[in-house]
Design a protein. Structure first.
Length: 131
C-alpha cells in the first residue's frame, strides 16, 4: 500500500503538489522529511511572490542540514502555512497534510505533466536507494 496520496503530483526534488482547480498546495514528501530528520525551522516566501517551475521558494532546516525547497510548478504564492513558524515539527508529523508549506495559483497546468504520480514516485525513491 502506498504511503503517498494518489491524487498528488510529485517532483524529483521530493516536493508534492495537490491541485484543486487553479490552485495547488505544496509540501515535501514523507521520504524527504525522513531524510532530513527533525525539522526545526521552515523558511517560506511572502504572499504575492511568483516563481517559475523548479525555482527555490524557501528552505527547511533540520537537525542534520538545511535543504532548499523547489516549486514543482510555476505560480504565485497565495498563502503560506503560518503554523510552521511555531510548529515546524508538523512537517515531520504530517508531511502530506498539516505540514503543507504554500498554496499557489498555478501559472501553467501543463507543468503537471512533467511530475510523477504516487506509484511512479515510490519507484523513483526505491531507485534512489530510499525506502
Amino acid at each position: 500500500m502506498s504511503s503517498y496520496p494518489a491524487d498528488y503530483y510529485f517532483s524529483k526534488d521530493h516536493e508534492w503538489i495537490r491541485v484543486d482547480g487553479e490552485t495547488g498546495t505544496v509540501g515535501i514528501t514523507d521520504h524527504a522529511q525522513n531524510q532530513l530528520g527533525d525539522v526545526v525551522y521552515v523558511e517560506l516566501p511572502t504572499v504575492g511572490s511568483t516563481y517559475d517551475a523548479g525555482a527555490t521558494f524557501g528552505s527547511v532546516e533540520s537537525v542534520k542540514a538545511v535543504s532548499e525547497l523547489f516549486l514543482p510548478v510555476g505560480g504565485e504564492v497565495l498563502e503560506v502555512n503560518k503554523a510552521l513558524a511555531d510548529s515546524p515539527e508538523l512537517v515531520n508529523e504530517d508531511p502530506h497534510g498539516e505540514g503543507w508549506m504554500v498554496v499557489i495559483r498555478v501559472s501553467d497546468a501543463a507543468h503537471l505533466s512533467g511530475l510523477m504520480r504516487a506509484a511512479d514516485y515510490e519507484q523513483f525513491v526505491k531507485q534512489e536507494g530510499g525506502e
